[in-house]
Design a protein around this ligand. Structure first.
Ligand code: MG
Length: 177
């Protein structure tokens, strides 16, 4: 039987990467797409990557919004991405926080970045090969989570995800990744 390496994936933080981080965005009117986000995801898809969103949503633990609102916001984001062929394959979010206002969300959960729980779950669920996958985030905790899951992490701090991603894929390709 031929040895299968698993699928390549790109893990994406949500707020500050796919949409502008407008401080706990959760209402439909809070969704401001990052420049080039849909185009970037369509491009990554055309390169053969699975697209997985991994997002801390401690606003749930803080009592600012519900998990239902997280899912509704993700569905709206997905619709905008899909318009340009950049639909996400899987959404993961972590509603927990050690100092949660709401008791049932109060814990130091293994899914909460910088811990790698969400990434590890997706690797298992989708048969992803960490060695040919990478993560894009906008915080140090994203980089730490990637490292803890043994995948490359890249910090995004510009305002056009498409430009960033095309340069990154080119750079990785040149490096033989
Ligand atoms: Mg972020």
């Amino acid at each position: 039987m031929p040895f299968s390496r698993g699928k390549p994936a790109v893990f994406l933080d949500r707020d500050g990467v796919l949409n502008v981080d407008t401080h706990y965005p959760h209402r439909p009117e809070d969704l401001i797409m990052m420049g080039g986000a849909a185009e970037a995801l369509a491009f990554l898809k055309s390169c053969g990557y699975l697209l997985i969103v991994v997002s801390n949503q401690s606003g749930v633990a803080r009592g600012l919004f519900s998990e239902g609102q997280v899912r509704d916001f993700n569905a709206l984001l997905q619709a905008r991405l899909a318009e340009k062929g950049g639909a996400v394959d899987g959404f993961y979010y972590c509603p927990y926080h050690p100092q949660a206002v709401i008791e049932r969300y109060r814990c130091d959960h293994p899914d909460r970045k910088p811990r790698p729980g969400m990434i590890l779950k997706a690797i298992e669920a989708y048969g992803i090969d960490p060695a040919c996958s990478f993560l894009i985030g906008d915080r140090e905790t994203d980089m730490e989570a990637a490292q803890a899951a043994s995948i490359e992490g890249y910090m995004f701090h510009s305002d056009n995800l498409d430009l960033f991603v095309r340069q990154l894929v080119k750079k990785r390709h040149e490096k033989g990744a």
